[in-house]
Design a binder for this molecule. Structure first.
Ligand code: NAP
Length: 382
């Protein structure tokens, strides 16, 4: 049963209990209310319950007949599952794959109907994007392009000081400019169908944890792009929706890959930076990353359910956040002052001062005769 249904039933029960039995203090409370206030009190409880129950009813959906959907990043994860689900529902799916000859694309082809077409697309490549548009135009037949799902994405979870500028650029190129590139290329087709754009952002685009700089920057940009696009496309009746999952178990959150990636980046970091942090700090950091990744939620279908809603609902929400606990946590965190949310993140991610820094003798005060723009002498790191 959905969380909202439980809350609604609980509220109805409380209202009934209070109304029928009026025990002790509650009775006093009710007695203190005027008849109008009592009606308002019970009316509010009842109204809230009806609203909550109503919100759990399945939303009306569009008819998939004659509708095509283009999805990026179908090699694995959410995109792969979404392509299978939409194919089963009767949509004509154009499944964008980065590597069409690898296992992911092959198994997708095998498990779906012959309506589904694999399209080669690297979202960082202008030429491949325009080729994908041509492929869709040539193979869409009498159908209309109903939705574009920008799902392709990459991630790294490492601290800023050992995340290279190239790494920041790569993430932005896939997660941000990839979306811009693909959306702009397909908008003329979406205008004909008055369809929709579904962008897979992340809760990391709403708040930023340590080690999430590059990824969060890209997802915040994705949300900003979606917000502007939604307002600009209103005049063409094109809906723009974001799906913002928390941490789920898919290849993007694969522990070994992300740990190896950190080790490689650390090895390429300048020696003086590594000495400032110390190997011990880095080892603890890796353990924290591993621990956090192990908490990723395995129920990937929750995200895919929301992606299906985003594509198929007649009146989609602007924003979907799968799983009520993630929604609640996101709501609480975004309402907290930064000083408190920083402390919570630091505690949950065990951020501590590097031992190498603690053991170091106090800094020698700046020599007043030294000009502030002169090159400081290199510190002697132990
Ligand atoms: N899993 C989570 O916890 C989580 C949470 C919030 C948001 N998200 C977002 O959800 C989306 C899907 O991720 P996922 O969890 O399903 O992970 P995933 O399985 O790794 O899916 C990402 C897909 O994007 C593809 N891709 C990577 N670079 C590409 C490029 N340049 N052009 C085209 N495709 C490219 C990947 O192909 P290869 O497999 O060949 O690399 C992969 O198929 C991403 O945007 C991600 O940021 C995930």
């Amino acid at each position: 049963m959905k969380f909202r249904t439980c809350v609604a039933i609980l509220l109805v029960n409380i209202a009934a209990f209070v109304y029928l039995y009026r025990p002790g203090q509650l009775q006093n409370f009710l007695d203190s209310l005027s008849p109008v206030q009592q009606i308002l009190f019970f009316g509010t409880l009842l109204g809230l319950s009806v609203l909550l129950l109503w919100s759990t009813l399945p939303a009306p959906r569009v008819d998939p007949t004659g509708k095509a959907v283009f999805i990026t990043g179908c090699d694995s994860g959410f995109g792969h599952e979404l392509a299978e689900r939409l194919d089963k529902m009767g949509y004509h799916v154009f499944a964008g794959c980065l590597a069409p000859d690898r296992e992911g694309a092959r198994s997708l082809k095998e498990s779906t109907s012959d309506r589904l077409k694999i399209v080669t697309i690297d979202v960082t490549d202008d030429f491949q994007v325009s080729q994908a548009v041509n492929f869709v135009k040539q193979n869409i037949g009498d159908n209309q392009l109903w939705a574009v799902v920008n799902n392709a994405g990459v991630a790294v979870f490492c601290e800023i000081e050992w995340c290279s500028v190239q790494e920041f650029q790569k993430i932005m190129d896939v997660n941000v400019f990839g979306i811009v590139r693909v959306t702009k290329a397909f908008l003329p087709l979406l205008r004909q169908s008055e369809g929709r754009v579904v962008n897979i952002a992340s809760l990391a685009g709403r708040f930023t944890l340590p080690a999430f700089a590059a990824y969060s920057m890209s997802k915040k940009a994705c949300i900003a792009f979606s917000d502007a696009l939604r307002q600009e496309m209103k005049k063409f009746n094109i809906s723009v929706v974001t799906v913002e999952p928390g941490l789920y178990k898919t290849p993007i959150t694969h522990e070994n890959y992300l740990i190896d990636h950190n080790r490689k980046s650390w090895a390429e970091t300048p020696t003086d930076v590594r000495e400032d942090y110390g190997e011990e700090y880095f080892d603890v950091f890796l353990k924290q990353v591993a621990l956090s990744l192990r908490q990723a939620r395995p129920k990937v279908q929750e995200v895919v359910d929301n992606m299906v809603e985003a594509v198929c609902s007649k009146n989609p929400h602007y924003r979907y956040v799968p799983y009520w606990r993630f929604r609640l946590r996101a709501f609480i965190i975004s309402s907290l002052p930064t000083s408190i949310s920083d402390k919570l993140f630091a505690r949950s991610f065990k951020m501590s001062e590097p031992e190498a820094r603690k053991n170091r003798s106090p800094r020698t005060p700046l020599n007043t005769s030294q000009k502030f723009w002169s090159t400081p002498e290199k510190e002697n790191h132990q």
